[in-house]
Write a protein that binds this ligand. Structure first.
Ligand code: AMP
Length: 216
């Protein structure tokens, strides 16, 4: 199963991707995570992309296309993968089509998580993750069961993303509507697009996504 998770920042792509990983045994390829790792490691890619990422702008198509292509070649992607945060422009979508064809692979579906704008600001401003296992939490909607301790791994270290603030979110949302939203029509035309209501609770949305994946 090879799928794309599409949706604005805060729509729950990362959260749902992790649940799809657990249920379907395919890896999550998050370009945001890969780029944040590169920035942290101060690698060549990290140095080139840091300022765009800090300000919420998109990094160049060439850089992300290359890191995704390398990642798809890794053995854990043999049975499929979930693309989270890629493609984000029509040029990236075209490049992905060429890339997959070149590797003899085919895309099975594109799942769009549909969420109201007001909810996005609220979701993003309160989110944080465990520094060790990357389990996601939220100040309002999902606090650790035991205060200050990760439910999944017991760590007491949590982190907030530097770009999860109201000002940067506006730049990220603008980039989404201008450059990424056209992908809905692009994949609709290819008969790959499926919309999922992303406004409910996490488990309910996961059920809807799973039911969809079992039917494509
Ligand atoms: P995300 O974690 O998906 O919200 O991505 C965080 C940041 O990484 C974005 O605001 C962009 O600066 C950069 N980024 C992630 N994926 C892409 C992509 N496919 N194309 C361009 N920039 C990206």
């Amino acid at each position: 199963m090879r799928l794309i998770l599409l949706g604005p920042p805060g729509s729950g792509k990362g959260t749902q991707a992790k649940l799809i990983v657990d249920r379907n045994n395919i890896p999550q390829l998050s370009t945001g995570d890969m780029l944040r790792d590169a920035v942290e490691a101060k690698s060549e890619v990290g140095i080139k992309t840091k300022s765009a990422m800090d300000s919420g702008k998109l990094v160049s198509d060439a850089i992300v296309i290359s890191i995704v292509s390398d990642r798809i070649d890794m053995p854990d992607c043999a049975n499929g993968f979930i693309l989270d945060g890629f493609p984000r422009t029509l040029a990236q979508a075209d490049a992905l089509a060429v890339m997959l064809e070149g590797k003899g692979l085919k895309l099975d579906c594109v799942v769009e998580l549909q969420v109201d704008d007001d909810a996005l600001v609220d979701r993003i401003s309160g989110r944080f993750t465990c520094e060790v296992c990357e389990e996601g939490y939220h100040d309002k909607y999902k606090l650790p069961k035991k205060a200050g301790e990760c439910d999944r791994c017991g760590s007491e270290e949590f982190v907030r993303r530097a770009d999860d603030n109201a000002k940067t979110l506006m730049t990220r949302l603008r980039a989404y509507y201008k450059k990424t939203a056209p992908l809905v029509g692009y994949y609709y035309a290819k008969k790959l697009h499926h919309g999922i209501n992303g406004m409910g609770d996490i488990d309910g949305i996961a059920e809807d996504v799973q039911a969809l994946l079992e039917n494509v």
